[in-house]
Design a protein around this ligand. Structure first.
Ligand code: ADP
Length: 997
């Protein structure tokens, strides 16, 4: 073996290295050429010198530099390759200077050809012809006998010509044909015909090669098989002409030199390695050659993809990759065509039988499900029988990505993940829903309980109110009676405590209402400064009693001290009117003041300031010089039931709800409350409450019609709610001097109330001024009302048999009683119940507990209002009953009267025009008609008829076409003198004078 460091000899047991005698190391040699005379020729380096090993001498002998060969040629041009022919001639190819023939005995040189040829390799056939390859000019044959040189070159479009002009290795075969190595292919040259056959090698697309490697050296074994390599692949071209690939394990480097030993061992030297293979054991496969591979109708070219390609591994084994269900066809052949006659093939696992072809080419088409297949091609001999070895190809059919196990696993994971997530979410949701349902149920039952509690609370506290009203009224009456002096304080104590109890009940109710969100607004018009003064005034006596100085600052618009006779009229006249919720303001002020008085020791002072701030709110300051509140407690005093001193032995009584209510009411009204306090110095509570202009107020429904502007507004409008301030009212005469002469005696008032004590109280109280008719319940009340037709009815709402609303409804629907004013006494102060009453036509209402004095006042008001209505109705009687633009739609009572008038006018000349006739017309009893007419007009039925007659008479007289006698006759007076008398009574003139005017 020639190497880069001497010549190595291996005898099967040991290596021996021969060095150049001059260059002991680094003597690198090439191109061993064994000559039949026993010498082995080689060149050193670029071939400027020539050496040989004599097998006897076993040392390197260098051809003398002085020889002509070396001097004239080698040293001058350098050499490529050496070839020792059968005659022991040495053929040397010079670099770019053709070929030398050297007689090795004489060292005589013959320059066969120059032509600037760069000759690659040289060989000699059995006839002694020399063949050599060139790097540009193709392939040459040289006959040493005739000295004839023949050049074979590539001719385009001639498949029998040399495949390429760049030729490399060359080898004469025992049968006389010549193998010519080219890049990636080998041509078989038949000297007899001068034709070349291409033995295409299956080297394309090998994993390691960048391009097809040149086939350089050939080596022949004893049987005449030629071995050669292309890149990393080793091929054998058998003596029979079959191209095989030798399946030796793949050296990764290009093969340098091949040698087959007589023992049929293949030696391969790489750059620095030597391999030995036993060719008996090396699998040999004929190479499968694909002429065309078509996938989906298009030829598989270079533009392959990961799922569609044909690749060869290091040993040239092809693997075709196609996609599932892609149809593909394979056109293939095996090498060494001239000997090949038949082919057969089979796709393992798909074709049960071989498919045979009599052609040298085969074509197979498949469309396969995913999987890995082996495609086997086997070749047959002309005389029958099949080659024991066959070529295989692996076909990998890839499933679409969504069918790949990885994807399926991935999908499974995703589905499992999503499933898990969904199940978990579902479970969690269900749990949440259950929890929610549970909570809702709990909340519902709590709410129910709460509602139940509130209802119970309301009912019970309402129930407390009636007895309290009775107690308060009783004490009021007692006070009114002249009592022995020593009894007074006791009565006052009862009164005070009853008031206190009532207040506590009201506060508790308020808190409950606040919680239930049922607190209602009760806006009223008034002067807030005066109003506050009223509240403060209530505490005057208490303050005096406790030895405290109570002052109210910031002069209100009017004198704030209560004045029964002129209740705050000035405030309205002064125009300082605002809309505010007096009821709640009163509670706020009351609580703050009560606390201030309670927590201020004797000798201290409590100062209240109230004034309207231009920004639209009312500022209330309650300042005391009392015990003060510890700093750490200030924040908590507004909490419910919180008391600074909560020991059972504490000095101050209380419940701890006062300030809580205050704060909530202030918040409800949209105001603010702050507190400043210092222990032992005193406290200051500052409240800011929003005020609205007068337009925002809804006048309490008891308002007297606006027409009667001379009358002062009903006292309730100026007075704080009756629960806290006992209205100090003197009894007002029912009708005063305005009472019509027709009204005999006192007005008749029907009191319908089921509580015996309260009824008795009311009856007792009213009986001084009125004729009072008691009724135990609604049905009795209704009967009494029908029988007696009272002037006014006072009725409780909650009663057995027939409740107040039902009674009211009946009264207002019935012609006989529809005119009677009704005052409802209601324990509920809620808006709905009030609205209900008012809708049904109640003229007024009073919320329990009420003061008797107020009831008296309201009754007087009601009767006075009726008196005004009487006047109006009387004047309207004269007018024609046609509704003009100025007269609003007639009321029920107006219609009633005008119907009566029409009936009378139609029967003026009727002699029997009397009370009975009129009662029949009105479908009432005499008494009922009498009561109703006098209530509506202040006239008895007879007087009413007379009045209509006379007015008709006056009308006729005024027309001037009739004499007095005629007129008297016309309107049903038999005696003209009697007509004249009554006429004068009515109008103050005699008829004659009336007519002349
Ligand atoms: P109570 O029914 O106890 O008066 P409040 O809610 O009205 O309940 O007051 C709560 C606590 O705040 C009282 O117990 C008292 O300790 C304290 N407090 C309220 N006002 C004053 C004040 N003007 N001076 C001193 N302490 C006060």
């Amino acid at each position: 073996m020639a190497s880069t460091n001497g010549i190595t000899c291996y005898d099967g047991r040991r290596f021996r290295v021969f060095h150049d005698p001059v260059f002991k190391e680094g003597d690198f040699y090439y191109n061993l050429a064994a000559s039949p005379d026993g010498r082995i020729w080689f060149k050193m380096g670029w071939g400027y010198s020539l050496s040989y090993i004599d097998s006897q001498q076993e040392r390197i002998i260098r051809v003398s530099d002085t020889t002509r060969l070396v001097r004239r040629y080698l040293a001058r041009y350098g050499s490529h390759s050496l070839y020792a022919d059968a005659q022991a001639n040495l053929w040397i190819s010079l670099q770019k200077h053709g070929l030398l023939k050297v007689n090795t005995r004489t060292l005589a040189v013959e320059h066969i050809v120059d032509q600037g040829l760069n000759i690659g390799f040289i060989t000699q056939d059995r006839q002694g012809l020399i063949y050599f390859t060139t790097d540009k000019k193709g392939f040459f044959a040289y006959n040493p006998q005739t000295r004839k040189l023949t050049n074979y070159q590539h001719r385009t479009n001639d498949t029998t010509s040399l495949s390429s002009n760049i030729t490399s290795g060359v080898q004469a075969r025992p049968d006389g044909s010549i193998l010519v190595g080219l890049a990636g292919e080998v041509n078989l040259f038949q000297p007899a015909t001068g034709q070349f056959t291409n033995l295409a090698l299956n080297t394309q697309r090998t994993a390691s090669s960048s391009g097809p490697a040149f086939v350089k050296e050939f080596t022949l074994d004893k049987q005449g098989n030629a071995y050669f390599s292309s890149g990393t692949l080793i091929f054998r071209y058998t003596a029979q002409g079959i191209l095989q690939r030798v399946g030796v394990s793949s050296p990764t480097h290009h093969t340098n030199t091949l040698h087959v030993s007589p023992a049929n061992r293949l030696w391969i030297s790489l750059a620095d390695k030597l391999y030995e293979y036993d060719l008996h054991q090396a699998p040999v496969a004929p190479s499968l050659l694909f002429l065309a591979v078509t996938v989906n109708g298009t030829e598989l070219g270079n533009n392959t993809s990961a799922t569609q390609n044909l690749v060869y591994d290091g040993q040239g084994h092809p693997t075709l990759t196609v996609r599932e269900n892609d149809p593909f066809t394979l056109q293939f052949t095996l090498t060494a065509k001239q000997l090949l006659t038949t082919l057969r093939w089979r796709l393992v696992g798909y074709n049960q039988e071989w498919i045979a072809s009599q052609d040298i080419q085969g074509e197979a088409a498949y469309q396969l499900p995913a999987g890995s297949y082996t495609f086997i091609v086997n070749q047959g001999f002309r005389g029958g029988g099949w080659e024991p070895t066959s070529s295989t190809m692996t076909i990998v059919v890839v499933a679409p990505f969504w069918k790949t196990p990885a994807f399926l696993v991935f999908m499974f994971l995703i589905v499992a993940g999503v499933g898990y997530y969904l199940v978990r979410t579902y479970i969690r949701r269900r749990q949440l829903a259950q929890q929610l349902a549970r909570e809702q149920q709990q909340a519902a039952s709590l709410r129910q309980l709460d509602e139940f509690k509130t209802r119970f609370f309301n009912n019970v506290t309402h129930e407390f109110r009636t007895p309290l009203t009775i107690i308060l009224n009783a004490t009021e009456q007692l006070t009114a009676k002249t009592l022995a002096h020593h009894e007074r304080p006791e009565i006052e104590t009862i009164q005070r405590h009853a008031q206190q109890l009532l207040r506590l009940i009201t506060e508790t109710l308020d808190i409950a209402r606040l919680d239930a969100g049922k607190l209602e607004a009760h806006p009223q018009l008034g002067d807030p400064v005066w109003f506050t003064g009223q509240v403060v005034a209530q505490f005057a006596s208490l303050a005096a009693q406790r030895g405290l100085r109570l002052t109210y600052n910031n002069q209100p618009a009017i004198d704030w001290l209560p004045d029964d006779n002129n209740p705050a009229r000035g405030a309205f006249a002064g125009g300082a009117l605002f809309s505010f919720d007096g009821e709640k303001w009163e509670k706020i002020t009351y609580n703050l003041l009560a606390n201030a008085l309670k927590f201020t020791p004797r000798g201290g002072s409590v100062q209240v300031t109230g004034h309207v701030v231009p920004s639209g709110h009312f500022s209330l300051v309650v300042q005391d010089t009392g015990i003060g509140i510890p700093t750490d407690q200030v924040a908590r005093i507004f909490d419910r039931f919180h008391q600074v001193d909560d020991r059972s032995t504490r000095a101050y009584s209380g419940t701890g709800i006062g300030l809580a209510l205050v704060r909530e009411l202030v918040g409800w009204l949209g105001g603010e409350i702050t507190v400043d306090s210092q222990l032992d110095q005193g406290s200051r509570f500052t409240v800011a409450l929003p005020l609205l202009g007068p337009d925002h107020a809804t006048w309490p429904t008891t308002a007297v019609p606006a027409k009667t502007s001379q009358t002062p507004p009903p006292p309730t409008e100026q007075l704080p709610p009756q629960s806290s301030i006992k209205p100090i009212l003197t009894r007002v005469g029912p009708l005063g001097e305005a009472a019509t002469s027709d009204l005999i005696g006192k007005p008749l008032v029907l009191v319908v109330e089921d509580n015996d004590d309260l009824r008795a109280q009311v009856v007792d109280y009213l009986s001084g001024d009125y004729l009072v008719l008691p009724a135990q319940h609604g049905r009795l009340g209704w009967e009494e009302a029908l029988n007696q037709v009272p002037d006014l009815i006072v009725s409780d709402v909650m009663m057995p048999e027939l409740d107040g609303y039902q009674l009211l409804d009946r009264l207002k629907r019935d012609e006989r009683t529809s005119h009677i004013p009704v005052i409802l006494l209601t324990a509920r102060s809620s808006a709905e119940s009030r609205m209900q009453g008012l809708q049904l036509g109640a003229d007024d209402y009073l919320v329990k507990p009420f003061s008797l004095a107020e009831l008296g006042l309201r009754i007087a008001n009601g009767l006075r209002t009726r008196q005004q209505a009487q006047k109006r109705l009387l004047t309207q009687l004269n007018l024609p009953p046609v509704p003009g633009p100025t007269t609003p739609t007639p009321t029920r009572e107006e219609t009633f009267l005008s119907q009566l008038r029409q009936a009378i006018l139609a029967q003026l000349d009727n002699e029997r025009l009397d009370v009975d006739w009129l009662a029949a017309q009105a479908q009432m009893s005499r008494t009922q008609l009498n009561r109703k007419l006098s209530a509506l007009t202040g006239l008895s039925p007879n007087r009413f008829i007379q009045r209509i007659r006379l007015e008709r008479g006056a009308e006729l007289l005024r027309s001037g076409t009739m004499s007095i006698v005629e007129v008297a006759d016309q309107i049903g007076y038999d005696s003209p003198s009697y007509f004249a008398k009554v006429f004068q009574e009515q109008f103050g003139y005699p008829p004659s004078k009336w007519r002349d005017q």
